[in-house]
Design a protein around this ligand. Structure first.
Ligand SMILES: *Cc1c(COP(=O)(O)O)cnc(C)c1O
Length: 415
């Protein structure tokens, strides 16, 4: 993911004028009518809204959406409809986007390393009050650029580093190497920040797509150690993102198991007056997006597609040849029957880079051929927002569609 630049909104295939969800087209109809030769990102507002509603209802605290995961306005609107009112932003552009769309949203600047200009703009122009830090110099920067302290409502959050994660420890993306202070540093930063903060918090991130609820319990125990060592009160414990979704071959425990573990580990800390926050990204939007790609050539069991790892599919093929995630796939051939026999395929993307390869395996009808479309589901998280214009492949469009992709696609391709 880190290799790729991210951009914000895709141009819509059609402008939707306040259409009700039920009036949105189905993916197969859009494909049959428009026969898209460029990748087509399909947003399912109903699925995003449902995931948001479930998370907000189930999580024992405040829910902040991590905007980087999918900043499409159609997605943000669907999250708002599902009850999300807090947004975790990491850049001035994300802050401005959310403020433009939702004048009443609560925006939190949760990137531990910010430019001075971004801090100033967030504070003065967009009313952001909460800032995260993991170093004393960042605390100085925040204080200098906001000119504020406890009396002005400044919120300060210290990001705690967790011991190395990685796939062996139940997470697919380990974030521990880049951000966070260790327990002693966190305690020192909490003490340093306390006099300047109207609201003081500790945050962490267990790593994305974390399959093990106990990872949050272990992290919360470290939060307890840091707070005890600091000897100060905190108002917020922010358990970050990382909540997993299902992919083929990867079925996490139900979301309620994560919430129950977090609630009981938090209660065990006995921090009077403190509340819980979470910053989910993937869990709110993965099921709400898919990408329809077209087969440009078949060579044996390899399908050459019009999108790849430099486009919306970067999570399907990881740098260095790691296997990447597998995603549910489904063949769409509007005007002819498809073979009932299923065969495993590998995919190649459109760029000239030999790393533009997705190993899969992807089970599809054995007669998959040039001109067919493939819908790749569960791609609402870290999909289109990671695309680049490398090699001139930059034609991706977006359409809002009805229904939930997950059930239908999973039925078509049992895993
Ligand atoms: C990316 C990120 C998130 C969201 O992570 P998911 O794994 O998508 O839930 C939350 N908080 C921070 C600080 C992040 O960087």
């Amino acid at each position: 993911m880190s290799l790729l630049r991210s951009r914000t909104a895709l141009s819509p295939l059609r402008r939707r004028v306040g259409a009700a969800a039920a009036a949105l087209p189905a993916v197969d109809d859009i494909v049959a009518v428009t026969r898209p030769e460029a990748p087509l990102v399909c947003v399912r507002p109903e699925a995003v809204t449902a995931a948001a509603r479930d998370f907000v209802a189930g999580f024992p605290g405040e829910v902040l959406y991590a905007v980087k995961c999918n900043p499409e306005p159609a997605v943000l609107r669907a999250l708002w409809a599902g009850g999300v009112r807090h947004f975790d932003c990491a850049s001035a552009a994300e802050v401005a986007l959310v403020r433009r769309m939702f004048p009443r949203a609560a925006i939190h600047f949760m990137h531990p390393v910010k430019s001075r200009g971004a801090i100033r703009e967030a504070w003065a122009t967009h009313g952001v009050r909460d800032f995260v830090l993991d170093h004393a110099d960042e605390l100085t920067k925040i204080r200098e650029e906001t000119g504020a302290g406890a009396a002005e409502g400044l919120g300060l959050f210290v990001r705690l580093a967790l011991p190395a994660g990685g796939p062996g420890n139940g997470v697919m993306y380990d974030l521990s190497g880049k951000f966070g202070a260790d327990v002693e540093e966190t305690a020192a930063l909490l003490r340093a920040a306390r006099p300047h903060a109207a609201r003081l918090g500790v945050s962490f991130h267990v790593g994305s797509q974390c399959m093990d609820p106990l990872a949050w319990r272990r992290a919360l125990q470290l939060v307890g150690e840091a707070v005890a060592l600091a000897g100060v009160t905190v108002e917020v414990v922010d358990v970050g993102g990382g909540f997993p979704v299902s992919y083929p071959g990867m079925e996490p425990p139900p979301q309620g198991a994560f919430f129950a573990e977090i609630e009981s580990a938090f209660e065990a800390l006995a921090l009077p007056g403190a509340v819980l926050w979470a910053e989910p990204g993937r869990a709110l939007v993965a099921a709400g997006g898919s990408v329809v790609v077209q087969v440009q050539l078949r060579r044996g069991d390899a399908l050459y597609l019009n999108d790849g790892v430099y486009g919306c599919l970067s999570d399907m093929g990881m740098p260095g040849g790691a296997p990447g995630f597998r995603f549910p796939v489904r063949l769409i051939r509007p005007d002819a029957d498809v073979s009932e026999e299923i065969r495993d395929f590998v995919f190649f993307g459109p760029t000239c880079d030999s790393a533009d390869r997705m190993r899969g395996p992807f089970p599809l009808p054995a007669d998959a051929r040039e001109g067919d479309w493939i819908e790749i589901a569960q791609l609402g998280a870290y999909g289109a927002c990671l695309r680049t214009a490398f090699n001139g492949f930059d034609g991706t469009r977006l359409v809002e569609v009805r229904g939930e992709a997950r059930g239908r696609v999973a039925e078509a391709v049992p895993v």
